[in-house]
Design a protein around this ligand. Structure first.
Ligand SMILES: [Zn+2]
Length: 413
């Protein structure tokens, strides 16, 4: 084993152990008493149920990540990456054709192995806790649609990247960077009108009190808003959400039908105020800029490693290739990815507080957002007392009690 193999192996194991430890401390941190803020909304039964939900999911995720690690190691040290390549090479499809098949085959193996777990999660766990609304037909259609989508969008992009690395030499990394950035921007632009309606029905919000309230609020903060839609989230789950998609003229705000059922009109406005806060505070652009910078860095480092034999020796490959190099480099990048993930999550938690504060200041009714957050936590059986280590590793949003506390302490606003 060379140093590259050691780095990847250690990164995979450390990542696994760290998550395991976080899970254990997180379960130990459960509080038997309903926290005071929630005493009027959580009855003892439902609270116990939320803890059971956490336990069941933690156990399940332990199984998934253990098997996942085992399969990767068996495939790697059983020379799976090399055998697959040798077999594809017998068809002489050239670097781009072979690359598409190689990456596609690995993706397909991964999907195939993860399928039983997603079936179990949806139809056993979510079902047991009353969240699942997905029918078998919807589940299968979702699978087919995402597969078609990833082929339509992913294959040309991958072919382009492989082609540049074959022919463009030292310029390849920034050619790829420019093309991928343009591609991502275009996909984000067309997603609300071309991609998402494939999975959900978007119905324009009917005129009435709710629409007037949302439009009045948006006007009060000079937020141009033309499209408000209700989407049929209830087709899959009783969990609820609200989000913005797209940007510029194409952006639309989508409220899950489940959310509209669960919250009062002024609570809904406060949730949307939070979402608009993300826009007004430029979080969307900041995240996009970080993403663009990061992909440039990745392509640059990839261009350095792609011609390094050690990368291929680590996976017992008999031939070097751009496509396999991309996969292995992705694995070598795990530690950097891990730290970047931690940074992005803590930035996201910080931005959530900012958006909360924006909503509280502009609606002048922090209590609406407080009651919305509380209702949603109860509805989704959220863990009210996650361990700080677990939050640090996994949460993109601050724990709900901390958000409520900040919203209530008026001196912060
Ligand atoms: Zn948010």
């Amino acid at each position: 084993m060379n140093w590259i193999a050691w780095i990847i192996l250690i990164a995979l194991i450390v990542d696994y152990l760290l998550n395991l430890i976080a899970d254990i401390v997180n379960l130990k941190h459960l509080s038997p008493e309903v926290p005071e803020t929630f005493q009027n909304v959580y009855d003892a039964d439902r609270y116990a149920r939320s803890q059971e939900y956490l336990k069941v999911n933690t156990r399940f995720e332990w199984w998934v990540s253990s098997l996942d690690l085992m399969i990767v190691l068996i495939f790697w040290f059983g020379h799976g990456f090399a055998y697959l390549d040798d077999w594809i090479r017998t068809y002489n499809m050239g670097p781009v054709g072979s690359g598409l098949i190689y990456v596609g085959a690995l993706g397909f193996i991964k999907l195939f192995l993860s399928l039983p777990f997603s079936v179990y999660s949806t139809f056993v766990i979510e079902e047991r806790f009353g969240f699942n609304k997905t029918t078998v037909k919807t589940f299968i259609m979702d699978l087919i649609k995402s597969l078609v989508l990833s082929i339509i969008l992913g294959a040309p992009l991958l072919a382009g990247i492989l082609y540049f690395f074959e022919v463009a030499g030292g310029n390849a990394w920034w050619y790829c960077w420019v093309v991928v950035t343009g591609f991502v921007l275009i996909v984000q632009f067309i997603a609300p009108t071309w991609i998402m309606p494939w999975f959900n029905t978007f119905t324009p919000l009917e005129s009435g009190e709710l629409k007037d309230m949302i439009i009045n609020y948006a006007r009060s903060i000079q937020f141009s808003l033309e499209n408000i839609f209700i989407i049929d989230g209830s087709k899959r789950s009783s969990k609820s959400n609200a989000f913005f998609t797209g940007f510029g003229k194409n952006k639309r705000i989508a409220l899950y039908d489940t959310l509209v059922d669960q919250l009062s009109h002024s609570e809904l406005v406060s949730v949307l105020a939070h979402e608009m806060g993300h826009y007004k505070k430029k979080h969307i652009w900041i995240n996009m800029a970080i993403g663009i910078f990061y992909s440039g860095l990745m392509f640059y480092l990839l261009s350095i490693f792609i011609s390094y034999d050690g990368l291929f020796d680590a996976f017992f490959m008999s031939h070097a290739s751009v496509y396999a190099g991309m996969i292995f480099f992705g694995m070598l990048f795990t530690p950097i990815d891990f730290f970047l993930g931690l940074f992005l999550q803590s930035l996201s938690r910080y931005n959530e507080y900012q958006a909360d504060r924006f909503a509280a200041q502009t609606t002048k009714k922090p209590n609406d957002l407080v009651s919305a957050l509380k209702k949603l936590s109860v509805q989704n059986l959220s863990n009210l007392t996650p361990h700080p280590i677990y939050v640090f590793l996994n949460y993109s949003h601050p724990p709900v009690l901390q958000r409520v506390k900040r919203l209530r302490s008026s001196e912060n606003y």
